[in-house]
Design a protein around this ligand. Structure first.
Ligand code: HEM
Length: 421
């Protein structure tokens, strides 16, 4: 979860730079918004890691790109997730971030936008309901959904967009199962989700969709309170009843975050991961020959082309990183995508190796806010990628148009992944 989906500090005026171009002065952060970086940000990260690993952009936002710095930052309580601090910092920057902060502000107190002690309390309550057993119980259902999506794609023709056919609909369908959203409501929920996915493109429409979705969720919570079922909302309602410290508004925000946090991120892991395999036929052949590799393969796919490229923090207390002083109130982007290719941490980091040992990537974060839904995201990716590889032996990239990436440097997402089988 990030509080914003645009880069605050990357609005400099510097033109595109070649990754190896070390000419200074220039705002390295601005390079991340260029079309070249959208296609492949990793050479730009390499340049930042070696040239300016703790980088202050033209408008005062910090960019951290080294594994060691980001790993430490993720556990450093002087770097805050607090919603109000974040809103103040975004408003101070103005522009897109000011508008986006309206959305952050709308969301109530929830684990992703709080610091201790509230964070631990909210997270514990969600943890109690969102158990490993509940996730594992979804395996057969996920397999059924994946098989249906692949059947439909194969029937539709020899070429398909794998994002639209499998990667995007899967997490949404799984979330609906998990939360017990009635089948007749799913098209409406899906349309709200697709509007959240375009947050930075149309803030007003997104805000309207968020309001309608919150109202819908509030109704669902009332219904489950009166008539509990076997779903995650009923489990969260039961948790609230056991522990009177969870307010109604916190319950609503927790449901909101749990349903939305895994939607785009999981789709990105499945899409980027499948693309990485298709571009590395030797690794794809390895996985075909030994499907038991799928677990370590998913970890490597998450490292190699990181779905959530960066997350944001706000400085709560001055601190030093890499010899630079970060001041209270300043925003900090932690570039997980850059850390996952750091040669100080990973041998031969630009190589895809499905059996990579000691793969301590940061794709799901680290420290107190590490991803609560990691096991669910991994399970969906294992089943989706494993099934595509098993069922479609001729799967390959469709010839023709170059691949397009969405213009969001914080979430790495293909606009489409055309494949044939
Ligand atoms: C591939 C898919 C996913 C990726 C790459 C991902 C990534 C992340 C990252 C990097 C964080 C840390 C954010 C921070 O430190 O500020 C995070 C937190 C979180 N994720 Fe995920 N996530 C994924 C899927 C999911 C799913 C499926 C769910 C829920 C069903 C989920 C729920 C959450 C929640 C609730 C948090 C906030 C935890 C906290 O603040 O304590 N995520 N995720």
């Amino acid at each position: 979860m990030t509080s914003t989906d645009t880069l605050g500090g990357a609005r400099g005026t510097a033109g595109p730079a070649r990754p190896g171009d070390l000419a200074e002065p220039r705002d390295l952060a601005a390079d991340l918004l260029t079309p070249e970086a959208r296609q492949d940000p990793y050479p730009f990260y390499a340049r930042m890691r070696s040239g300016s690993p703790v980088h202050r952009s033209a408008d005062g936002v910090w960019y951290l790109t080294r594994h060691a710095d980001v790993e430490a930052a993720l556990s450093d309580l002087r770097l805050s997730n607090d919603r109000d601090r974040m809103t103040r910092a975004c408003v101070a920057l103005g522009g897109d971030l000011k508008a986006l902060s309206r959305l952050t502000d709308r969301l109530g107190r929830v684990m992703s936008n709080t610091d201790p002690p509230d964070h631990a309390r909210l997270r514990k309550l969600a943890n109690r309901a969102f158990t490993a057993r509940r996730v594992e119980a979804l395996r057969d259902g996920i397999q059924r959904i994946v098989d249906q999506l692949i059947d439909r794609a194969v029937q539709a023709g020899p070429t398909t967009d794998l994002i639209e056919a499998v990667a995007a609909p899967l997490p949404m369908s799984v979330a609906c199962e998990l939360f017990g959203i009635p089948p007749e409501d799913r098209p409406q929920v899906k349309s709200w989700f697709s509007r959240f996915g375009r947050l930075s493109e149309d803030i007003d429409k997104s805000e309207e969709a968020i309001g309608q979705y919150e109202e819908y969720l509030a109704g669902l919570i009332r219904h489950r309170r009166a008539d509990p079922g076997d779903d995650l909302i009923s489990a969260l309602v039961a948790t609230q009843a056991q522990d009177d410290r969870l307010t109604d508004s916190e319950l609503l925000s927790t449901c909101f975050v749990l349903i939305t946090a895994g939607d785009e991120t999981t789709a990105n892991l499945i899409g980027n991961g499948t693309l990485a395999l298709l571009r590395h036929p030797d690794q794809l052949a390895r996985l075909r020959a030994d499907p038991g590799l799928i677990r370590t393969a998913v970890e490597e796919l998450a490292r190699y082309d990181t779905p959530t490229q960066a997350i944001v923090r706000v400085v709560a207390q001055d601190l030093e990183i890499g010899g630079r002083t970060l001041r209270e109130g300043e925003l900090v982007y932690l570039f997980l995508g850059a850390t996952n290719r750091d040669p100080e941490r990973f041998a031969d980091p630009d190589r895809l190796d499905l059996t990579r040992p000691g793969n301590r990537h940061l794709s799901f974060g680290n420290g107190p806010h590490f991803c609560l839904g990691g096991p669910l995201a991994r399970l969906q990716t294992e089943v989706a990628v494993g099934t595509l590889v098993r069922r479609l032996p001729e799967l390959r990239l469709a010839d023709g148009a170059p691949l397009e990436w969405r213009p969001n440097p914080l979430q790495r997402r293909l606009s489409a992944l055309p494949v044939t089988y």
